[in-house]
Design a protein around this ligand. Structure first.
Ligand code: RTP
Ligand code: MG
Length: 141
């Protein structure tokens, strides 16, 4: 298994619920290290750019509105198999379908307000990490 990096976002609903620390604990308890982090209020253009792959999907407008509705916490996670491991910690996109004990089952309200984002493949992880963090702001350790 390779050491990977993945881009994680604690979305506005989870920031508003004050559960950043509880979500970070899940990453750390699973052996993932937080090697870069920033809290930010996304602009519309930043949110549209980040989710550009979904621009033709019917939910795109709602997704962008939601992502700019409040601050988000953005981080790079590093560890063995980090991309899949983070996706497993997150649970299914729709919290109603997410396994018990996953972040979305425990903290998400709906398929729109679903608490977290995680990259879905090595190629998207690389693009998404570069979207938010210049190399010099990533503190591998
Ligand atoms: P994410 O990219 O945020 O980590 O979520 P994901 O991979 O589990 O889901 P994805 O298919 O990439 O969709 C991105 C986000 O769009 C919203 N969505 N809404 N109403 C719908 O049918 C629908 N489908 C997706 C979700 O908030 C999802 O996280
Ligand atoms: Mg996705």
């Amino acid at each position: 298994m390779a050491v990977e990096r993945t881009l994680s976002i604690v979305k506005p609903d989870a920031v508003a619920k004050n559960v950043i620390g509880q979500i970070y604990s899940r990453f750390e308890n699973a052996g993932l290290k937080i090697i870069a982090a920033r809290m930010m209020q996304l602009s519309r253009a930043e949110a549209e750019g980040f989710y550009a792959v979904h621009k033709d999907r019917p939910f795109f407008k709602d997704l962008v509105e939601f992502m700019i509705s409040g601050p988000v916490m953005v981080q790079v996670l590093e560890g063995e198999n980090a991309i899949l491991k983070n996706r497993e910690l997150m649970g299914a996109t729709d919290p109603k379908k997410a396994d018990k004990g996953t972040i979305r089952a425990d903290f998400a309200d709906s398929i729109d307000a679903n608490a977290v984002h995680g990259s879905d493949a090595p190629e998207t992880a690389a693009v998404e990490i570069a979207y938010f963090f210049p190399t010099m702001q990533i503190c591998a350790r």
